[in-house]
Design a protein around this ligand. Structure first.
Ligand SMILES: [Zn+2]
Length: 427
């Protein structure tokens, strides 16, 4: 199948392309029902409204959600433990569940009977799978929902699934070749491993395989890894974001410029300290509210993942904003002048310059203002003058903050293992 055919069309054109103002109304209509369901049927959610002094009818707009606290994923284990098995978040009786999973961190995740429970069908169609694809699904089928949630969604859009699960590189490489599989779902590094194994065994990927599309999640898809798979092996590569708690969160369209918010959930990017919604471009925690899910009516579930979004129109015609990239986890952020920065962002700046051997972002407090200094250790032969302005530019792009640049010796770095050194004192 041609790449253009895979990347044209919509799973649900009407919903995906609704002009943003109308889409917002659409989401808010669903949201009003979702908060009512949560309040009426999930005791833990009812508590959340009560402690905020808010009634479900107060939540009418997406902005109104800010009145409610965030339920962090990090607390889920403890909440479930004190009120087993689902911490009071379940909206139906236990015997109405189809499956119960156990995810890393010993968190239980419920699944209901409704079709496309995890809302991944649209994700797989929009990332490029089409009816008739034969897909190797390498997410785990044991205990965690990853394998089954992808399996059912692929089948739901007319694909044939080979339930590969995790590991067994040799067997999976063989299956991929012998069954002439057209699709792959899993982490990007495992696809690399399968290809390498096949080539070690004397196969020629372009000749012996028929893999046209790979849709990845669960691991950072680096530009280098995507380029290799796309250019060297001719595979169309897209990625999506989902979790075991909420299912689909976001997915890439044909334009490959960020991941559109998935439908039937409200996605917010918020300040993890205050819970306030952030503007486009600002790094914060991804928070999810499920719509049309009476089984697990989660309102403001904090995923712990940090990202930022853009809401410029996307040429694909879909109107939902896009998560640009995952920046890291919420427990590792440092707030500087109201913006969150994460160690991985410092590493990203460094990665753009082969001349930089080490770097550290140092945060200090001067005259009641945060001062950020990007300390860089250069190799011997590089010139500070040539590097200064491209480095400053890169820092602004990646950290979204202005910083002073200081070229230092490796021995000048204090606690050099830290990418961010916070020297501020708060009395
Ligand atoms: Zn798009």
């Amino acid at each position: 199948m041609k790449k253009d055919e895979r990347l044209s069309g919509y799973y649900d054109e009407k919903v995906e392309t609704l002009p943003w103002e109308e889409k917002k109304h659409f989401l808010e209509n669903h949201l009003q029902r979702a908060v009512m369901t949560a309040f009426q049927h999930a005791p833990a959610m009812r508590e959340k409204f009560k402690s905020a002094g808010v009634s479900p009818t107060d939540i009418r707009s997406l902005e109104d959600l800010q009145a409610l606290a965030i339920t962090p994923k990090a607390q889920m284990r403890q909440l479930q433990h004190s009120s087993p098995p689902f911490g009071g978040f379940l909206g139906v009786e236990l015997d109405k569940l189809r499956r119960i999973y156990s995810s890393p961190g010993a968190i239980f995740d419920p699944e209901g009977h409704q079709a496309d429970y995890w809302r991944l069908q649209g994700v797989f169609f929009n990332t490029g799978f089409r009816p008739g694809d034969r897909v190797l699904n390498t997410f785990s089928y044991h205990l965690t929902p990853g394998g089954l949630m992808c399996d059912e969604a692929l089948a739901g859009i007319g694909c044939t699934v080979v339930p590969g699960g995790v590991g067994n590189t040799e067997t999976q490489a063989q299956l991929m070749a012998e069954l002439q599989l057209t699709g792959y779902v899993g982490v990007p590094s495992f696809l690399q491993a399968i290809i390498e194994r096949a080539e070690q065994n004397g196969k020629d990927f372009r000749r012996d395989f028929n893999l046209e599309i790979a849709v990845t999640a669960g691991e950072m898809l680096t530009d280098a890894s995507r380029r290799r798979l796309e250019e060297d092996f001719g595979i169309l590569v897209r990625q999506f974001l989902a979790t075991a708690d909420v299912g689909a969160i976001a997915y890439e369209c044909g334009e490959k410029n960020g991941m559109h918010f998935a439908d039937y959930r409200v996605i917010e990017v918020v300040d993890p300290e205050t819970g306030k919604q952030l503007e486009a471009g600002q790094v914060g925690e991804i928070v999810v509210t499920l719509l049309e899910n009476p089984v697990y009516p989660l309102i403001r579930f904090g995923t712990g993942d940090l990202s930022y979004y853009e809401d410029e129109p996307c040429p694909c015609g879909r109107t939902s904003p896009r998560l640009m990239k995952l920046v890291g986890r919420v427990d590792q952020v440092t707030k500087v002048r109201g913006m969150f920065i994460h160690p991985s962002q410092v590493e990203e700046v460094v990665a753009a310059f082969s001349e930089i051997q080490a770097a550290q972002a140092v945060v200090e407090r001067e005259q009641d203002r945060d001062k950020l200094t990007f300390c860089a250790v250069l190799d011997q032969k590089s010139s500070q003058e040539t590097l200064l302005s491209p480095l400053q530019e890169r820092i602004r792009t990646v950290l979204k903050l202005r910083a002073d640049v200081a070229f230092v010796q490796a021995s000048d770095l204090r606690e050099p293992e830290k990418r961010i050194l916070d020297l501020r004192k708060w009395d």
